[in-house]
Design a binder for this molecule. Structure first.
Ligand SMILES: [Cu+2]
Length: 158
């Protein structure tokens, strides 16, 4: 089970390499370096009082693009980075103080997990192990104070 501390370190590492890989473009659009356009959009819709967009980044492919060594990028095989952008519809701005968790059900037991979504700049996110092709279902639950939201979405890994 991956600890939160480790997820933070990897997230910070990902932010750094994305800034290096995308000079000026996404980095300017999103100060934390995880550009809004990164990865694939896998959900967009309401979560309780908020609107949310979920994106999934192929970490190994992203690493390869950034020009790190094959040895380094190979460490990210089967890993995806799940990003959830939560917006307050009243202001159009990122919602404050939101955190949550996601239950991931993959095609087999080894590809199923529970992950904690932690604040990462303009989104909350987590690394998700997706080692096996097939359908993955994500049950996300988020909260901020007394406000709560949830959504279920899925993605088929080829
Ligand atoms: Cu992130």
């Amino acid at each position: 089970m991956r600890t939160i501390g480790e997820a933070v370190r990897i997230g910070a590492f990902v932010s750094v390499f994305l800034l290096m890989a995308l000079p000026g473009i996404s980095a300017a659009a999103e100060p934390d370096g995880h550009g809004m356009e990164m990865g694939e959009k896998i959900f967009s819709g309401k979560m309780g009082p908020w609107t949310a967009e979920a994106r999934l980044v192929d970490m190994k492919a992203q690493m390869e693009k950034s020009g790190v060594s094959a040895k380094t990028s190979a460490r990210f095989a089967g890993q995806r980075h799940l990003m959830l952008f939560v917006t307050d519809p009243a202001t159009g701005k990122p919602a404050d103080g939101v955190a949550g968790k996601v239950v991931v059900t993959g095609p087999d037991k080894a590809s199923s997990s529970n992950v904690t979504l932690i604040p990462m700049g303009l989104h909350i996110g987590a690394d998700v192990g997706m080692p096996t092709p097939g359908k993955y279902t994500f049950k996300a639950e988020i909260a901020s104070g007394a406000k709560k939201g949830s959504a279920t979405f899925s993605y088929t890994l080829k």
